[in-house]
Design a protein around this ligand. Sequence first.
Ligand code: DCP
Ligand code: MG
Length: 406
Amino acid sequence: MPRLIAHLDMDAFYASVELLRYPDLRGRAVVIGGGRRHQPVEQVDGTRRYSLLRDYTGRGVITTSTYEARALGVFSAMGTMKAAKLAPDAVLLPVDFDQYKNYSRLFKAAVRAVAPIVEDRGIDEIYVDLTDLPGAQLDAGRAIAQQLKDAVFDATGGLSCSIGVTPNKLLSKLASELDKPNGLTLLAPQDIATRIWPLAAKKVNGIGPKANEKLAGVGLHTVGDIAAAEPQWLIDTFGKSYGAWLHEASHGRDERPVVTFSEPKSISRETTFERDLHAVRDRAALGEIFTELCVKLAGDLTRKGYASRTIGVKLRFDDFRIVTRDLSLPAHTMDAKTIRRAAGECLKRVDLSRRLRLLGVRAGALATLAELVAPLHTGDAAATVLAAREPNTNRNLLLFDTPPPA
Ligand code: DCP
Ligand code: MG
């Protein structure tokens, strides 16, 4: 049975979410990238006053723009001042990342209710394996893809997305962009020459700016150019693994599976003592174990790429009774000292007259680092943060062009 893989990407995501609450902006050029001071002001007559790009000064960057703004040449990652030159009358709205995260959860839940095999690829895109869904093979996934689009629209109160359905992730990612916005594009292997080969090489997920530059340097500009090159020559020029991959990719071949993954709710460390310990009589030993748990927990968070906003402790007493306490922090942390301090506060709220069998420390209310830093790469923040997902693992990679703020 041929695989049917969908790639779903929300249309002008942050901007479309903003248009849900400011429907009067529909049809206008709108960019998202301001700070708090660009919040629309409600007027006495019930209308709103919006910030315009022409009045913007600062060093901010645009996160995204409506398709009307794109028609004027304004795109993601463009400096806001530069955008203001191209589209002075465009509306500028502040970034509300929490809101986008909520809508991200909504659309993903709607998709999972129809098709459960979902790979999360970030705030506004997912891969979905449709292969074994009833009826999918009858029309190459078209009806189910339309069902996904409808489910997303309904669950979000009106957001559109674009979907590509093909035999693999590489082609589907390209296909979902072919008919944006509100697209539904199905491609079969026989469509590769007509639909994929004319595309710029850098459209392929895996051909980054550096590789693209090198490809251009040897005269390969489109996917078709790469497909026409001798595989051995590609290997000689680009290295064994990347050269071979270029050849495969340009012919639309990709065997990677859809990797389902769900974010953990909490991460914890606990230890059962060799002998029961008493808070006063074994104070030194307990303190040492407690600190070590916090250090290890901080290490787990760091390694896995999460930060926590709720620190908790768990104790089991010599009578096997279990007690937990937790504490919400003002900000997310993955720092051992901060965790130790918060966990210490939790401990103070427990009656420690009985001896302890077990001690645990738990980090809840987790956020991925990419989620946390994404607001920084927008607005007026000086630090540019590029958050990306590591291929296939759903782990976050973070690149800072200035040191991250403390
Ligand atoms: N984003 C960002 N900075 C970037 C690129 C994107 O903050 N340099 C944010 C804003 C986008 C969201 O991520 O709304 C999703 O990115 P996409 O590339 O999918 O862009 P859009 O969804 O906005 O538009 P499209 O319709 O092209 O998918
Ligand atoms: Mg998108």
